[in-house]
Design a protein around this ligand. Structure first.
Ligand code: SF4
Length: 303
């Protein structure tokens, strides 16, 4: 989606200066592996599905260039999202290169694309840096999970989660957050499944609110410069992903450096063709998903 680059972007509809983050570091560099996915979940914040190429497959050549550049900024970690990263034909090679440099995190649905390549994934345990997987288990109820992801996919993802853990990889899960939920109770409902998979019962659970489909425009409050200092402390502002991370996104045959993992559907967040260029840019909080960060601290990072 294109947005107006005029004063409207720098100010709210009430003509007040829009809130912003001035990035301070590059602790994490995310890569979008592409919106092609073997599943078709109706709520996917990326709109990913089989054959989708809104965001094209990341190539090894591009990944290497940005990883090498990120080292100059003292990057601590590389993370990968999709789509389903293991659908990308170069993904194993990309991971192989990344793990020579830094610890890595991969977000995955842990179904066939990963299961079918497990023989190529296991040797990655021997690389100098650790590899962690965050597996999507949307609900602690297999029927609800499978309603969106397809029959049998809760069972497959759980089995892959257990296998990865037993083999020695780090694991966590991601789930959907329901409005008004009692989060501790929902988290607790995963315990029997963790037990059966043989993973730690206190496994990290990352929760995501409904971010709406790419290109959607839900009505949320606008964030002004004043809001950022009146309602948030400096410490809270530091925790915004756009303060310490960037995401590489390939569209129309070339890569752009986006402000974070949540805003790749709006061109204003393409901050440049190199990390050096993008790191100089102030991030204006005009995307509806910015309100989730402002109000609830939404973040893809595991810290
Ligand atoms: S969605 Fe959050 S992390 Fe991304 S640009 Fe907006 S405030 Fe920053």
């Amino acid at each position: 989606m294109k947005m107006d680059n005029s004063n409207q972007w720098h100010c709210t509809s009430q003509n007040e200066p829009r809130g912003y983050i001035q990035p301070q570091s590059l602790d994490e560099l995310w890569f979008h592996a592409g919106t092609n996915c073997n599943l078709r979940c109706p709520f996917c914040l990326e709109g990913s599905k089989p054959g989708d190429n809104r965001i094209e497959f990341l190539t090894l050549t591009d990944a290497r260039r940005f990883m090498d550049e990120a080292l100059e900024f003292g990057v601590k970690k590389f993370s990968f999202t999709g789509g389903e990263p293991f659908v990308n034909p170069e993904f194993i090679q990309i991971l192989d290169y990344a793990l020579e440099l830094r610890p890595c995190l991969v977000l995955t649905n842990a179904t066939e694309p990963l299961m079918n390549q497990i023989g190529d994934v296991l040797p990655l345990l021997d690389r100098p840096n650790s590899l962690n997987f965050r597996v999507s288990l949307d609900h602690p109820d297999p029927v609800k999970h499978d309603e969106s992801r397809g029959r049998g996919n809760f069972r497959k993802a759980l089995a892959t989660l257990g296998r990865l853990y037993r083999e020695g990889f780090g694991v966590s899960i991601a789930r959907l957050m329901l409005s008004g939920e009692d989060s501790a109770t929902v988290d607790c409902a995963y315990t029997p499944y963790f037990e059966s998979a043989g993973v730690p019962l206190d496994l990290t659970i990352i929760k995501f609110p409904d971010f709406h489909l790419p290109g959607s425009l839900p009505q949320v409050a606008e964030i002004t410069e004043t809001c950022m200092t009146r309602y948030l402390s400096a410490e809270q502002r530091d925790k915004f992903m756009c303060n310490f991370s960037k995401m590489i996104v390939r569209k129309n045959g070339q890569c752009g450096v986006y402000a974070c993992t949540l805003v790749d559907d709006v061109e204003n967040y393409d901050l440049g063709k190199t990390l050096h260029e993008a790191m100089e840019k102030r991030v204006l909080l005009g995307h509806h998903r910015c309100y989730s960060c402002f109000a609830g601290g939404a973040s893809c990072s595991e810290g």
